[in-house]
Write a protein that binds this ligand. Structure first.
Ligand code: SF4
Length: 392
């Protein structure tokens, strides 16, 4: 039983929807503060983090190195609750994709992409997204809500458990995490930072700073706050070599143009204690939109003195996207032109084709219900009509 003072002290940790403290989403600092609030020493936080994130414990009953009395107290006030797996699909190439149901009936996607010794988990941060990038399946579904820290780290926890890797001496499957799934992570700043801290912490998943990557479309004020709370790697969704085109593809550019975004990345990197860190520039190549040789040269010029590597992503069409995949020739040509300007340039290979690879596609099939989606489908029909009229 907690005293009235202790009950008051744990209130900041309580999830309003359940009236319980979800231990899964507490970072080490918050876990320590929670145990301090109920009169326990800091080592309890380490014990519980290990049980949950190293050993996959699903209830305090499993935590046998914690006294029976404390377990009885905890059972009244805490839970360990992850999202619920609705579907899990395995691709022939080893890619695994989940649709996970989160509180209030919404769903998000998580994708695991193996590549040799590396296993990258692409994690969602919001249900839907408010930023409406023109080529993005998630953006077409509109924004529903932010995920909680437990719902974000819960994707890592469930993925690891699905490979049976939360057991003593088991192989680690998830070696890298990219915050690149549904949603704009910097618009859910505190929850994403908490979840990334659990990924990084040795009592969590112990993943190095270079192997946890936050990808942003360019929420500059939040990016300016990031180095104070984390040291993870950074990726930006650029997709265009100039503001005019980026305003169309990534509408947040109208608020925070390319020059401000690049400066915020420079400042973040300069704030980190270690040198030789560079920003990853993500550039989705869309046929006839941003894949010409002139645009490759313009991109090289734009990034001339910006420390970065470039990841080219051939657009992966989804129903009613209105855009097309670039030819392999166009992708090669774009890559070669950038490499001739001494950039390190990778091309993301398409993975999991047989299980719907485009981000947001699976959930889109399940809950494509927003007004934005309806508007978008209408727009798509209209633009097809226009194309037919033009070609007649
Ligand atoms: S690309 Fe990212 S930021 Fe843009 S709409 Fe999609 S999820 Fe949101």
């Amino acid at each position: 039983m907690l005293t009235p003072d202790q009950q008051t002290a744990i209130e900041p940790f309580i999830d309003e929807s359940t009236g319980l403290v979800n231990l899964l989403g507490l970072s080490m600092d918050k876990m320590t503060a929670f145990f301090a609030a109920i009169g326990e020493k800091p080592f309890r936080a380490q014990q519980v983090m290990k049980w949950i994130h190293h050993l996959g414990a699903e209830s305090v009953d499993e935590m046998t190195n914690i006294s029976k009395n404390l377990r009885a107290t905890l059972k009244d006030i805490v839970e360990i609750r992850a999202p619920e797996i609705l579907t899990q699909k395995d691709s022939a190439d080893g890619t695994r994709k989940w649709v996970m149901k989160v509180a209030s009936g919404n769903s998000v996607e998580t994708v695991y992409i193996p590549d040799g010794e590396r296993g990258t988990l692409c994690v969602s941060s919001q249900v839907g997204c408010s930023l409406d990038c023109s080529f993005c399946s998630t953006g077409k579904q509109g924004f529903m809500r932010d995920l909680t820290p437990a719902e974000i780290i819960g994707q890592v926890w469930l993925a690891a458990k699905s490979f049976d890797s939360l057991k003593p001496n088991s192989k680690r499957y998830v070696t890298n995490v990219v915050m690149m799934g549904m949603g704009e992570p910097l618009l859910n700043f505190d929850a994403v930072v908490d979840a990334m801290n659990i990924m990084r912490n040795d009592f969590g998943y112990g993943i190095s700073k270079r192997r946890v990557t936050l990808s942003t479309s360019g929420v500059v004020p939040a990016l300016n706050r990031l180095s104070a709370v984390t040291d993870v790697s950074l990726a930006i969704s650029l997709h265009a070599p100039n503001d005019e085109l980026r305003n169309e593809l990534v509408p947040i550019n109208r608020k925070y143009p390319i020059s401000e975004l690049l400066q915020a990345c420079r400042d973040y990197m300069n704030d980190l204690p270690d040198t030789h860190r560079v920003t990853t520039v993500e550039y989705t190549l869309i046929k006839g939109v941003n894949d010409s040789p002139e645009q490759a040269r313009a991109l090289a010029k734009l990034l001339n003195d910006f420390p970065c590597k470039i990841n080219l992503i051939p657009f992966n069409p989804f129903p009613n996207s209105g855009y097309e995949k670039p030819s392999m020739n166009a992708v090669k040509r774009f890559q070669t032109l950038l490499m001739q300007s001494d950039f390190v340039v990778t091309v993301r290979s398409t993975r999991g084709d047989d299980i719907d690879a485009a981000c947001g596609q699976l959930v889109g099939q399940v809950q494509d219900k927003t007004r934005r989606s309806a508007r978008y489908q209408q727009k798509s029909v209209e633009s097809k009509r226009i194309k037919i009229v033009h070609s007649a």
